[in-house]
Unconditional design. Structure first.
Length: 274
């Protein structure tokens, strides 16, 4: 019985690898007309702490805006070891992390105790809603100028960004639903206590986020190659540093097979006595 179970487990692993290879081949030979190479910003993608290539993309965007240091806000960070702003924190930035899961905030408290004790990092254990986001920011006493806002809560991301009105961050990173084509508007209905249910009906399409961004004074400049996060820059800061592309050229489809190999130890580790 154990031998049969072992064989079945190995077959499952092989099938998973074959499925990944099939996705890659389909993507290579795709006839969708998506021109991945048109946005040269994607050439700068790399991972340090981000799940995908967001660290490199964000670094290049900040370089083009001549932003060397500043303050960030990230909503939805889990244990803090795979976020869009941990790299900024390690480079001397200051910021606010908001995480709903109490166990994750305990992990963060242990791992990032030095940054928390030095006041470089503010940590809030809060379930973010449209009803409380503005008050959370007020209670955290964040500065009037925010350089980077990242939202990744797998559900009401669109509605949270729409609700933030007292802050106009220079750069916004927000998850989009890449299962939805680039030319389709779609937004999930707001549900105060909604969490991701592992379905593909989450958040909103890139087109809807682009439309919201225009209303709030932002321009869509990039999406990571994996088809997970979109990058917006405040329009008043753009003076020709970014390629003049439309959403068709910027949109990236789902490519979850490009994600980091989770067998690799993530993040950084201090000595227990440090």
């Amino acid at each position: 019985m154990n031998a049969v179970l072992s064989i079945n487990q190995n077959l499952d692993k092989i099938n998973n690898k074959l499925n990944v290879m099939n996705e890659i081949l389909l993507d290579i030979h795709s006839a969708t007309g998506i021109q991945d190479n048109l946005n040269e910003l994607n050439n700068f993608e790399y991972q340090v702490y981000s799940q995908n290539g967001e660290d490199g993309l964000l670094n290049e965007i900040l370089n083009r805006l001549n932003i060397k240091t500043g303050f960030f806000i990230e909503i939805g960070v889990q244990d803090g070891l795979e976020t869009n702003t941990t790299y900024l924190l390690m480079k001397g930035w200051k910021g606010l992390w908001i995480e709903a899961d109490k166990n994750y905030t305990l992990d963060i408290t242990n791992t990032f105790r030095e940054e928390i004790n030095s006041k470089a990092l503010i940590l809030k254990n809060e379930f973010v809603t449209t009803e409380n986001i503005e008050q959370i920011l007020i209670n955290a006493n964040v500065p009037s100028t925010i350089d980077v806002l990242s939202i990744d809560i797998d559900s009401n991301d669109y509605w949270i960004w729409e609700k933030i009105k007292t802050q106009s961050p220079r750069v916004v990173i927000i998850e989009y639903n890449a299962f939805i084509p680039y030319d389709v508007e779609w937004i999930m209905n707001y549900q105060k206590n909604k969490i991701w249910d592992y379905s593909t009906a989450f958040n909103s399409s890139l087109k809807s986020l682009e439309k919201l961004g225009k209303i709030k004074g932002y321009k869509l400049v990039a999406c990571c190659k994996n088809g997970v996060n979109a990058f917006f820059v405040r329009k008043d800061l753009i003076t020709g540093q970014f390629p003049a592309l439309d959403i068709h050229d910027i949109y990236m489809p789902i490519r979850y097979y490009l994600k980091r190999n989770y067998n690799v130890v993530k993040g950084f580790h201090r000595h227990p006595n440090d």
